[in-house]
Every structure is written in structure tokens, then in C-alpha cells.
Design a protein around this ligand. Structure first.
Ligand code: ZN
Length: 261
């Protein structure tokens, strides 16, 4: 199925689907080789709305950090509940400012409901379209639309992408799945910001990799976005925590590099 407007999509809430989702989470396709002793924090934006390109990037620039934008080319030029979605013109300035572009499928489909071949084809089309815009291949890092996947999907894309980010909260440590990276969502609800803040604090104290994701970043965000003020608060906290604030590629290199050493 195709659902380019996330607000119009509801995951399968049937009992078998719930069981499957839980099993998928615990069946690890690519275990994280080590727990980084020094905490790592990564900020990511999904889809992505123009406001994330503007206020998200401004916030990252403020702390001298790079963010990852998981880009769904099928959404380019659309307007939905998250506001105006990116257009091609938004990509080059982000890269110039040091941010990175990852992949997020072409049609923002629920990957739990399609086979591995379809997932591969979606990633490939999305990457080709991004390559045409960027002039080189996007970063080999992917985010599951709605966080939805299955074990067969997770285990069949390792030759296409180095990591895949999910949407379930938690700090990533040794053994966590690099093909379903845990991530803290930011919504307008204050507790989501507080939860991410606590995770940053914890990673700064005892290591691990915290990834954070949201969509639009504006004063009056959608249910899937956050405010510039909340994002700035977390960004400053991450910078001052003593943890490394890195985009997904840099975090991945650091984590896998540490494993080799
Ligand atoms: Zn998305």
C-alpha cells in the first residue's frame, strides 16, 4: 500500500500483526558490535518537511553538528499535515551545510506488508532518484516508514544499506539491531522531549547510541513534529553533555570502527 500522507495511515492493529511486530523487534538482523563507551547522539528528520530543512538545520548549525535527513522522493513537492514537504532545491543547501541525505523508500509504504523484493526495489528507486538530484549516491542509511518491517525485510537489505532506523524508543547498545535502530520520537507532547532528554543524560553517563527523530519543526507543529524551542533545548543539552553529536554515518563509522580496534 502507498500512504504518502502519514496522518492518513494506520498500522495494522490486529492481534497477529502485533505479535509479528514484537517478534520482528527481537529478531536481530545485524547486531551492533559494541556499546560506545562515550555516548553518541544523532538527530534525524524523516520524509522531510521544509521546516525541518530550515529550523532543524539551523539548530544543528547552532551546535556545530550534522543531522541525517531520511528523504522520501515520492513526497517531494507535496503538502500534507506536516506542512510543505521538501523540493529538490532544499537538498543541495543541506549537503553544503554538512548534513547528510539518507533513504526512506520511494512511496512511503508499510514495509511490514510487502515482500523483501518490493522493499529492495523501493530503496533502489528512492536512491536512484536521490542520486539524480545530488549528483552522487545518497548515504547508505535508511529509515523504515512508520518504523514497520519484518525479519525477512531487515535481513535482505544489508548489501544496499549499512543501517536502517526504526521508531521504537531505547538506547542502542551492543547487540541492538543496526537494521532496526531504536529511536526517540519528538512530538508536540512534552513528555517525548523529556524522554529524549533523559536518554541523552543516560548515554552521556554510561555510553550507548541515542537517535532522535521527528518530522516538521515549527512553532505550531503537527502531531508528528516538534517546535524549534524543544529541538534547541535537546541540541544544546546534547552538545553540553559530553557525548558526541554525530550524524548516522559518522556514528556508524565510529561504532563499527571501535569494533575493529
Ligand atoms: Zn516517514
Amino acid at each position: 500500500m502507498t500512504a504518502l500522507d502519514p496522518s492518513k495511515y494506520n498500522p495494522d492493529r490486529s492481534f497477529p500483526a502485533k505479535i509479528k511486530r514484537r517478534l520482528t523487534l527481537w529478531r536481530v538482523a545485524k547486531p551492533m558490535p559494541t556499546t560506545p563507551r562515550k555516548g553518541i547522539i544523532s538527530f534525524t528528520f524523516d520524509d522531510f518537511p521544509k521546516s525541518a530543512a530550515q529550523h532543524g538545520a539551523e539548530t544543528m548549525d547552532m551546535i556545530g553538528a550534522s543531522a541525517t535527513y531520511y528523504t522520501c522522493t515520492g513526497m517531494a513537492g507535496h503538502t500534507n499535515v506536516m506542512g510543505d514537504i521538501f523540493t529538490e532545491d532544499d537538498i543541495a543547501p543541506l549537503i553544503k551545510a554538512g548534513h547528510e541525505i539518507g533513504t526512506h523508500t520511494q512511496t512511503h509504504l508499510d514495509c511490514a506488508r510487502v515482500d523483501a523484493e518490493t522493499i529492495r526495489s523501493e530503496i533502489s528507486t528512492n536512491a536512484s532518484n536521490l542520486e539524480a538530484i545530488i549528483g552522487k549516491a545518497p548515504e547508505p542509511h535508511f529509515a523504515w516508514p512508520y518504523g514497520e518491517t519484518h525479519f525477512s525485510g531487515k535481513s535482505s537489505i544489508g548489501d544496499m544499506v549499512s543501517t536502517a532506523r526504526g521508531i521504537l524508543p531505547g538506547i542502542n547498545r551492543k547487540g541492538s539491531d543496526l537494521m532496526q535502530i531504536r529511536s526517540f520520537e519528538l512530538t508536540p507532547e512534552g513528555w517525548t522531549t523529556d524522554r529524549a532528554s533523559k536518554a541523552i543524560e543516560q548515554a552521556a553517563r554510561s555510553g550507548g547510541w541515542v537517535t532522535i527523530f521527528t518530522h516538521d519543526v515549527r512553532k505550531d507543529p503537527s502531531a508528528y513534529g516538534t517546535t524549534p524551542a524543544a529541538l534547541q533545548r535537546l541540541a544544546k543539552q546534547a552538545r553540553d553533555s559530553g557525548a558526541d553529536v554525530l550524524n548516522i554515518s559518522a556514528a556508524y563509522e565510529k561504532i563499527t570502527g571501535e569494533a575493529v580496534a
